[in-house]
Write a protein that binds this ligand. Structure first.
Ligand SMILES: Nc1ncnc2c1ncn2[C@@H]1O[C@H](COP(=O)(O)OP(=O)(O)OP(=O)(O)O)[C@@H](O)[C@H]1O
Length: 375
């Protein structure tokens, strides 16, 4: 089902039915720059610049994670995408259509192309699970029999086929969010906008909801904009990440790349809990004066198969270094390797050979300082 006529829609995003099969809508697919495109969008409230010259594209079929701290401008951006807020400057396109300056009636059509998933689920407590999911379809005028079939398909898709006649009060947080996701998908939107969708859930439930979102993205090809303050969420499901700070996009790129080589200070701060850190007893004693052992940080990102960098390094340079801390992360098809080593500062030839070897493997090697050898 599409709520745009072919003439209105620059392309049809939902090209598969809820079972993941290709539909007749495939014929309507046309290539374009992105499902969502913001160009130089700014929004000010009095003295507060909530959005500053934001340019961002969410490509068809991708999961883009937008991460930022409280007050960074995430909600303002969502409100602009929904047409609930108008930017002071810039262009916002949904499926190639500029939505700035549209009438309320025109915006309703646009909103039906954007499925919203909320932090606190926003379910109607007096309606059953099936009725909650059916609501957008009823509003869109879908016939009852067709509606019932679609609700059944959607509930099966989110793993809640047996809960159709339950009320939200009888569901766990994770189940409520599954209902929220089914409802958001009901009108076959082009974009699923998830606003802190897992922030109210415990870690295990968070994982199951993220797994569901990932499988929906793969099965239905649905485009997802995931707004969060947790890097872990981004790492689990997003293809690309954009970091917003004080209304500005300060960094964006493929998740593995941003994890491997974060450029902005805030990105490094947000990543702190997820990346290996220099052990505290070393960090407390490190200094610039050459002595004892040289401490190096080594970063590497490459194809999965290259994730054995540390093993190869250890084989090539046995007895040359001490491993202080380290780990490998696998993000998509990439391995992100990060470790800290200590090399005796008086073995200059070994030190230089080891560093040259690492650099030849495209690793980024940074001398962090020195510690006395008994550290
Ligand atoms: N209607 C408004 N009137 C005045 N200031 C506003 C308004 N809406 C947002 N702001 C301000 O704009 C800035 C961005 O707010 P926004 O709610 O978009 O941030 P956020 O990243 O969503 O934060 P949180 O994660 O806490 O929800 C904040 O400084 C906020 O106080």
């Amino acid at each position: 089902m599409t709520l745009f006529s072919d003439a209105e829609a620059p392309f049809t995003a939902a090209t598969r039915d809820v079972s993941g099969n290709a539909t007749a809508q495939d014929c309507a697919v046309r290539t374009t720059g992105g499902v969502v495109r913001l160009q130089h969008v700014s929004r000010r409230f009095g003295q507060t610049q909530a959005l500053r010259n934001v340019s961002l594209t969410v490509q068809k079929g991708e999961i883009l994670g937008l991460i930022g701290r409280s007050g960074a401008g995430k909600s303002t951006l969502i409100r602009c995408l929904n047409g609930l807020e108008q930017p002071d400057e810039g262009v916002i396109e949904i499926e190639g259509r500029d939505i700035t300056g549209l009438s309320e009636k025109q915006l309703q059509t646009v909103r039906s192309r954007v499925g919203m998933v909320f932090q606190h689920f926003n379910l109607l407590s007096a309606k059953t699970v099936a009725q909650n999911v059916a609501l957008p379809l009823k509003i869109a005028g879908m016939a009852k029999a067709q509606r019932q079939q679609r609700v059944a398909d959607l509930l099966a898709l989110v793993g809640l086929a047996d809960k159709a006649h339950h009320y939200p009060a009888a569901l766990s947080g994770g189940q409520k969010q599954r209902v929220g996701i089914a409802r958001a998908l009901a009108a076959s939107p082009a974009l699923l906008l998830c606003d802190e969708a897992t922030s109210a859930l415990d870690p295990e439930t968070t994982r199951s909801i993220l797994t569901l979102l990932k499988s929906l993205n793969q099965k239905l090809g649905i485009t997802i904009l995931l707004i969060t303050h947790e890097m872990e969420v981004i790492k689990s499901v997003a293809h690309r990440v954009a970091v917003i700070d004080a209304g500005e996009i300060i960094e964006q790129g493929p998740v593995w790349q941003v994890f491997a080589h974060p450029q902005a200070g805030l990105t490094r701060t947000l990543l702190r809990g997820l990346l290996p850190q220099l052990p505290e007893n070393i960090a407390a004693r490190i200094c610039a004066q050459k002595q004892g052992e040289a401490i190096y940080s080594v970063h590497f990102a490459g194809e999965d198969a290259q994730g054995d960098l540390l093993t190869r390094f250890a084989c090539a340079f046995p007895d040359t270094f001490r491993l202080l801390q380290g780990g490998i992360d696998h993000i998509g098809h990439y391995a992100v390797v990060h470790f800290f080593i200590a090399i005796p500062a008086d073995h200059i030839a070994d030190e230089q050979r080891a560093i040259r070897w690492l650099q030849a493997q495209q690793a980024q090697v940074e001398l962090m300082g020195y510690v006395a050898s008994d550290a």
